[in-house]
Design a protein around this ligand. Structure first.
Ligand code: C2E
Ligand code: CA
Ligand code: CA
Length: 415
C-alpha cells in the first residue's frame, strides 16, 4: 500500500481536510444478477455501515450509483500526519465495507476501492478536488480492488504549479507585468502595411511566458476579459501614438480577440470605449478571431462584427484551416481578411499536400472577397510560392519577429 509522501501535494496551512471517494467493488455484478431491488437494499446496508462507521465529524454522502464520498475535516495540521490519518481512516472504512452482507439469508461480499485527496482548508475548487479523488479511486481499482490510493503526487505537483501560475497571472495583471509586441504584416510590394499585437508576460521568476501557455489559462480562470481589455486598451493607445508620427501613421493594427471576449455582452461597448478614450482611428483597428471562436455562436459573432464594422473596424479570421468551417457559414460572416494558419506554411515548399491546401485556401479567400494573409512565413521560398499563388500579404520571421515599439519604429524608418 502506498501513501502520500510528496513534498508538494499538501501545502502548509492551518489545517487539512481529506476527501475519500469510495466505489463498491462488486456492486455492478451483484446488482445485475440479484436484481435492482436487492441492489437497492445492498446500497442501503452499505450506507448505514458508512454513516455509523465513519468518524463522528466526517461528512458522508452518496454520489450516485455505488459511489460514496466522505469528507474528513479537521485532521492533523501537519502534512505527513494528515496524510497518515486519512490513510488510516480509509483503511478502516475499507475493512468495514469488506465484511460480508446478509441479504435474504445469503452472505455477500462487496469490498470497496477508495481514492483519497488531502488538501488545505483554503482550497476552493470542489470540482478539482473531486477529480483528484476520482483519479485516485481509479488507480485503486486498477491496483486490484479493495485498495486505498492517494492522488498521485506528481499529478498533484503539476496541479500545484498550475495554481501558482494562476495566482501569478492575477498578480501580473495587477502589477502591469504585461506588454505588447508587434509583428509586421508585409504586402506583395514589400511595404509593411500593418502589424499584429501579441501580448507578452514577463514573469517575476520564470522570465517570459508564452501567450500560448497563459491565454488558455486566463480563459479558464476568468481572466480573459480583464486581460483582453488591457490588450485592447494598450493597442488603441499605441495606434493613437503611431498616428502622430510620419513613419507609423499608415499602420493598421490587428488585435487578437478570445472567445470569452467576443461573446461577452459588453464586448462592442468595450472596444468602442477603448477607441474613444485613446482617440485611435477605428478604421485602422482590425480584430482577429479564430475560426473556432466564430463557430461557437455564429449569430452572436455576426451581430457584433456588424456593429463594429459600422464604426469602421475590420475583421480577420485567424488560424484558418485548423477549424471545421463550412463554406455555408463562412460566406455569411462579414469578414475582411483570412489568415492561413502557419501549420500549412511550414512545409509548403516540401509537402505537396500543404501546397495544395494553401492554394485552395487562397482561392477560397479570393472567392469570398477576402484579403488573404499567410502566417509563419520564414523563408523567401515560402513567400514566393504564396505570392505567386495569389496570397496578398504575409507575416513571419522572414520579415521580423514580434517587436517592441521602438524596434518596430527603427525597422520602419529603415524601409
Ligand atoms: P497567433 O495569433 O496565431 O499569433 C502568431 C504566433 O506565431 C505568434 O506567437 C508569433 O510570435 C508566431 N510567429 C510569427 N511568425 C512566426 C514564424 O515565422 N515562425 C513561427 N514558428 N512562429 C511565428 P505568440 O506571440 O507566442 O502567440 C501565440 C498565440 O497566442 C497567438 O497565435 C494567439 O492565439 C495568442 N495570443 C497572443 N497575443 C494575444 C492577445 O493579445 N490576445 C489573445 N486573445 N490571444 C493572443
Ligand atoms: Ca492572430
Ligand atoms: Ca494565427
Amino acid at each position: 500500500m502506498r501513501w502520500c509522501s510528496c513534498q508538494s501535494c499538501c501545502p502548509r496551512s492551518p489545517y487539512f481536510k481529506a476527501l475519500l471517494l469510495i466505489d463498491l467493488d462488486n456492486f455492478k455484478t451483484l446488482n445485475e444478477t440479484l436484481g435492482h431491488t436487492a441492489g437497492d437494499r445492498l446500497l442501503q446496508q452499505m450506507a448505514v455501515r458508512l454513516t455509523a462507521g465513519a468518524a463522528p465529524d466526517a461528512m458522508v454522502a452518496r454520489f450516485g450509483g455505488d459511489e460514496f464520498a466522505i469528507l474528513l475535516e479537521r485532521i492533523p495540521d501537519e502534512r505527513e500526519q494528515a496524510c497518515a490519518h486519512a490513510k488510516h481512516e480509509a483503511e478502516r472504512i475499507s475493512h468495514l465495507l469488506d465484511q460480508p452482507v446478509q441479504l435474504d439469508g445469503e452472505s455477500l461480499q462487496l469490498g470497496a476501492s477508495i481514492g483519497i485527496t488531502v488538501f488545505s482548508d483554503d482550497a476552493r475548487d470542489a470540482g478539482e478536488l473531486l477529480r483528484r479523488a476520482d483519479m485516485a479511486m481509479y488507480r485503486a481499482k486498477a491496483a486490484g480492488r479493495g485498495t486505498v490510493r492517494f492522488f498521485d503526487p506528481s499529478l498533484q505537483a503539476a496541479a500545484t504549479a498550475r495554481l501558482a501560475l494562476e495566482s501569478d497571472l492575477r498578480a501580473g495583471l495587477r502589477d502591469h507585468a504585461f506588454f505588447l509586441h508587434y509583428q509586421p504584416q508585409v504586402e506583395r510590394d514589400g511595404r509593411i502595411a500593418g502589424v499584429e499585437a501579441l501580448v507578452r508576460w514577463r514573469h517575476p521568476r520564470r522570465g517570459m511566458v508564452s501567450p500560448a501557455e497563459f491565454i488558455p489559462l486566463a480563459e479558464e480562470i476568468g481572466l480573459a476579459l480583464p486581460l483582453g481589455h488591457w490588450v485592447l486598451d494598450c493597442a488603441c493607445r499605441q495606434l493613437a501614438a503611431w498616428s502622430r508620427q510620419a513613419e507609423t501613421r499608415h499602420l493598421e493594427l490587428a488585435v487578437n480577440v478570445s472567445a470569452r471576449q467576443l461573446h461577452h455582452p459588453a464586448f462592442v461597448a468595450q472596444v468602442l470605449g477603448c477607441l474613444a478614450s485613446s482617440g485611435a482611428d477605428p478604421r485602422k483597428l482590425k480584430l482577429e478571431i479564430t475560426e473556432g471562436t466564430l463557430l461557437d455562436d455564429v449569430e452572436d459573432a455576426i451581430e457584433k462584427i456588424n456593429a463594429l464594422k459600422a464604426h469602421g473596424l475590420t475583421f480577420a479570421i485567424d488560424d484558418f484551416g485548423t477549424g471545421y468551417s463550412s463554406l455555408a457559414y463562412l460566406s455569411r460572416l462579414p469578414l475582411d481578411m483570412l489568415k492561413i494558419d502557419r501549420s500549412f506554411v511550414l512545409d509548403l515548399t516540401t509537402n505537396p499536400n500543404d501546397a495544395v491546401i494553401a492554394r485552395t485556401i487562397i482561392a477560397l479567400g479570393a472567392n469570398l472577397g477576402l484579403k488573404v494573409l499567410a502566417e509563419g512565413v520564414e523563408t523567401a521560398a515560402q513567400r514566393d510560392f504564396l505570392f505567386e499563388n495569389g496570397c496578398q500579404a504575409y507575416q513571419g520571421y522572414l520579415c521580423a519577429r514580434p517587436l517592441a515599439p521602438h524596434a518596430l519604429a527603427r525597422l520602419l524608418g529603415a524601409t
